[in-house]
Design a protein around this ligand. Structure first.
Ligand code: ATP
Ligand code: MG
Length: 723
């Protein structure tokens, strides 16, 4: 049997892992050391050498994309298709199991999966049925509570309330929610895992069947498994004596979602006699990138400890760029990618990584402006996000209330007791009178066609929109957005929710205010109000088709979504204190170390070239923030870092010293001004150049004046002079 092709492309340690005799094994190794590669080769080895059929292998990984990739890599090593092999995510595999054994799992044959939005809606219905006010019982918080308990394997009957009324009520809601799910044949994500576990606990014969069937169990990204996932694996694999887990404690980044890195230790405890193999050679990144990543992660205290080295070239140092503001930062990034592309590099080899989804907007606009195709990976484009569409819905109602889509979107968001029946009636009236829903609502209220409660709720919405219409015209566009987001109750609704996702929604809403502030009515929309022009801009941008997966496009994603991936060129943007590490990490113990691991994940995605950028001032969530560079930058050894500095010094103010214009600034430079420059205006006095657009006689600059704040001026008329 020729197995050399399974081993030839591996180093000694990797070979040892791939060709080990049947045993439990932990491969603990840093980023880019070939863990996923080992896993794939081990699967091929087990089939080819150990004679295990594809039917006898179960492999788990973190995303569907990774699962597909793993399957295709094994198939190409084996030169055959792998019918019968179970390869997927924990959720996917649990689902498959429950479909097969729905009766034993106590589910109807056609049970449906509830996604996170559906689950949220259902919780709201349950609260209503229990007569509980959403203001006090935030549906998001309850969702978090239910899922968190399920992740720990806890049913309502396991919950201890210790005589605490709130706890007792939470338990009651959990129970009522679960009863509703059970009655309707609905299974949420966390339930998939919990039920799959219970299926085995309660049905030893089924468990035994799978224990005998799966002679090998392999898990990638093990450091991010949660407790119920681990318990499930343990039941399955304890007997098989052939479990391989691969992971990296330094890349554990889902602690906030219940992942438990201690599972690595639990594995060594529970799988007595398991072999540990450490891989230390990195094949992904250049020497400098690797040295920098190692140095950063060394600042964490609780580590299992490992060091990575490479035989590859030293490579270029990491380039550090200090943007004057976030727009300048985006311009710089776009210019670097353009340069790479012009030299023949593929756009899809470039990744722009950031901490929060809200950061993508400015970067997206930079890409659009320069005509670079991009793809947001693992997330929605800014203007397509739920909360942004909600806010735009209100703005659209203010702008033009006959907009039925906007009406439908916001009439009961946040919930104000307008039920589906009332809406159905409004739709019918709208249809029969050929009017908009807004007009129909008026008609129904005037003719008192609704019950007292429904009428009151609908009147509340109508009054709100009218009030907003009256209050907003005198405000600037960003004030309008801010006012509408707050007065509509949207802001409060998301604020009352718990968890990282709700926080991200709040940040996005604040970011929308910033987008309004930065918005300039384009020439072709001069006769429109700023609000109409902005709404048109938002829908056009949302409608712009995202580059499809086959098109060459820059990959943009959060660092969380970048796990396991690699790219020749990587930019990490927004590396500032308060952004990354995030503000929250100062408040919760353990959080800072998790942020640092995320930084390690981000840096180690880069193969050839890494850029790290930050902005000295950032308009964030509607406010100007002056952040200092992230501590993670200081943790990088200076010989690995090259600061991109000024090409020419113009003025001695400190703010400019760090600024180096991106290539596309040349047209602006020819005007004799620079971003960040101090200037004097005969009427407005002294100020700082914040931004610019256009060229030649159309060039306009935005100047922040000490006395009157920021103003856009046409350069040709402004009589500005340097000071
Ligand atoms: P991460 O922790 O980021 O998931 P990993 O440890 O899973 O990383 P892989 O993705 O398996 O690492 O490998 C990183 C890169 O190194 C891949 O491009 C892989 O093909 C390559 N590689 C791994 N081992 C070798 C080897 N022995 N020879 C050549 N290239 C290798
Ligand atoms: Mg991997």
């Amino acid at each position: 049997m020729d197995v050399s092709r399974l081993l030839d492309s591996l180093n000694d340690k990797q070979r040892q892992a791939v060709a080990a005799p049947s045993t439990d094994m932990l491969v603990l190794a840093g980023a880019g050391s070939g863990k996923t590669r080992v896993l794939v080769h081990r699967m091929a080895w087990l089939m080819e050498v150990e004679g295990i059929s594809p039917y006898g292998i179960l492999a788990v990984t973190f995303t569907n994309k990774a699962a597909r990739e793993m399957r295709s890599r094994v198939e190409s090593l084996m030169h055959s298709s792998l019918q019968g092999m179970w390869i997927g995510t924990f959720h996917g595999l649990a689902h498959r199991l429950l479909r097969t054994h729905y009766q034993e799992a106590g589910l109807p044959e056609n049970f449906q999966i509830l996604d996170s939005d559906d689950q949220h809606r259902l919780i709201r219905r349950v609260l209503k049925a229990l007569n509980l006010d959403e203001k006090h019982w935030s549906p998001k918080h309850i969702q978090w509570y239910i899922n968190g308990n399920k992740d720990e394997g806890l049913r309502p009957r396991h919950m201890e309330t210790h005589g605490d009324a709130t706890q007792a009520r939470m338990k009651e809601i959990y129970q009522a929610y679960q009863d509703t799910c059970d009655r309707s044949g609905l299974v949420d994500f966390a339930e998939l895992l919990l039920r799959a576990h219970e299926l085995w606990v309660n049905n030893p014969r089924i468990l035994q069947h799978y224990q005998q069937r799966f002679r090998a169990v392999l898990v990638d990204e093990f450091q991010d498994t949660n407790n119920i996932q681990y318990a499930w694996l343990r039941l399955l694999a304890c007997e098989s004596n052939n479990m391989m887990i691969v992971g990296d404690d330094d890349q554990s980044i889902y602690g906030w979602r219940g992942a438990n890195v201690d599972n690595i230790q639990h594995f060594l405890r529970d799988f007595d006699g398991a072999t540990t193999i450490r891989l230390e050679q990195n094949y992904r990144s250049t020497g400098k990138i690797l040295k920098a990543a190692n140095a950063v992660i060394e600042n964490n205290s609780s580590r299992l400890g490992k060091e990575l080295w490479t035989e590859g070239s030293e490579g270029e140092p990491i380039s550090l760029y200090a943007g004057f503001n976030e727009l300048d930062e985006a311009r710089f990034i776009v210019a670097q990618i353009r340069q790479w592309h012009e030299k023949g590099g593929a756009l899809s080899d470039c990744a722009v990584l950031y901490r929060n989804n809200a950061q993508s907007r400015v970067l997206e606009e930079g890409m659009l402006h320069e005509g670079l195709a991009y793809r947001i990976y693992g997330g929605l484009r800014f203007f397509e996000r739920q909360e942004i569409k909600d806010a735009l819905g209100y703005l659209r109602m203010v702008n033009q209330p006959l907009d039925d889509a906007a009406f439908e979107r916001v009439v009961n968001t946040p919930s104000r007791g307008i039920g589906e029946r009332t809406l159905e009636q409004i739709r019918e009236v709208a249809k029969s009178t050929e009017q908009s829903m807004w007009q129909s609502a008026f008609l129904m209220l005037r003719e008192k066609r609704l019950s007292g409660r429904a009428a009151k709720a609908l009147q509340g919405f109508v009054d709100l929109v009218i009030r907003l219409q009256e209050e907003t015209p005198s405000l600037s566009l960003d004030q309008q957005a801010d006012h509408v987001i707050k007065a509509s109750g949207l802001f409060a609704m998301y604020q009352a929710e718990k968890g990282e996702k709700a926080q991200a929604r709040i940040e996005n809403l604040e970011e929308l205010v910033t987008a309004c502030k930065q918005f300039e009515v384009p020439e072709e929309a001069e006769n429109m109000t700023p609000l109409s022009a902005f709404l048109a801009h938002a829908s056009l941008e949302a409608g712009e088709t995202q580059a499809d997966s086959h098109q060459d496009a820059v990959q943009m994603m959060t660092m969380h979504s970048a796990k396991g991936l690699e790219f020749p060129l990587v930019v990490i943007a927004g590396v500032e204190e308060g952004m990354f590490p995030s503000q929250m990490s100062n408040e919760e113990p353990g959080r800072l170390e998790e942020e640092r691991r995320l930084c390690y994940v981000g840096m180690t995605r880069a193969m050839e070239k890494l850029y790290i950028t930050y902005a000295e001032s950032r308009r964030l969530y509607g406010q100007d923030k002056f952040h200092t560079p992230s501590r993670f930058i200081r943790e990088i050894p200076s010989d690995c870092l090259e600061e991109i500095r000024l090409r020419k010094t113009q003025v001695s103010r400190p703010v400019q010293n760090r600024f180096q214009p991106a290539t596309s600034h040349t047209a602006f430079e020819s005007t004799g001004f620079q971003l960040g420059q101090r200037v004097m205006h005969p009427k407005f006095g002294e100020g700082t150049v914040l931004n610019y657009e256009g060229s030649g006689e159309h060039a306009r600059v935005q100047v922040n004046f000490a006395d009157i704040g920021s103003k856009w001026l046409v350069l040709a008329y402004a009589r500005l002079s340097p000071c």
